[in-house]
Design a protein. Structure first.
Length: 161
């Protein structure tokens, strides 16, 4: 029961954060547009804004919705983790030139890009919980519901018998 509560406690705020981020990208918010416009200017590739901003927003929005369904939570976490790896890589690239502060003390003058990058890395850590924790899979939740049956579980090692 605690596994189910923890799984929902991670999935709901994560989905809310991702829906907010997707809405920013899809509604042409200045904060989301700035990153993609910077990529346009520094790389000379004009596809970053608005097309890549739109695609990233759609992936974030769909991933957030899929996180709300336990059957698709691991798939959503996999897709979103791949997206986050690319996003963090782009932030570390010379095209954005995000400088990572050596301290986590964020005052009013700290760089917004560095705070965003730290948030993305934290989001990756939370997403990793949904990806690798074997007890939060749909199969183990079904097994908990069928606790009265004597069927062997596929994830036990060594196999019974």
């Amino acid at each position: 029961m605690i596994r189910i509560i923890l799984s929902w406690a991670i999935a709901i705020p994560l989905a809310a954060w991702l829906l907010f981020a997707a809405a920013e990208k899809l509604t042409d918010a200045e904060s989301a547009r700035a990153v993609f416009e910077t990529l346009n200017a520094r790389t000379g590739i004009t596809i970053f804004d608005p097309m890549m901003r739109f695609y990233v927003g759609v992936i974030e929005g769909l991933g957030a919705l899929l996180l709300l369904f336990p059957a698709s939570r691991r798939f959503a976490a996999t897709v979103l983790m791949a997206l986050l790896v690319v996003v963090v890589g782009v932030h570390f690239s010379p095209f954005l030139g995000t400088e990572v502060p050596l301290t986590l003390e964020w005052d009013a003058g700290s760089d917004a890009q560095a705070r965003l990058l730290a948030s993305l890395i934290g989001l990756m850590a939370v997403m990793l919980l949904l990806l690798v924790h074997p007890k939060w899979s749909v199969a183990s939740v079904r097994d908990d519901a069928d606790a009265g049956t004597e069927a062997p579980r596929a994830d036990t090692f060594p196999p019974p018998g």
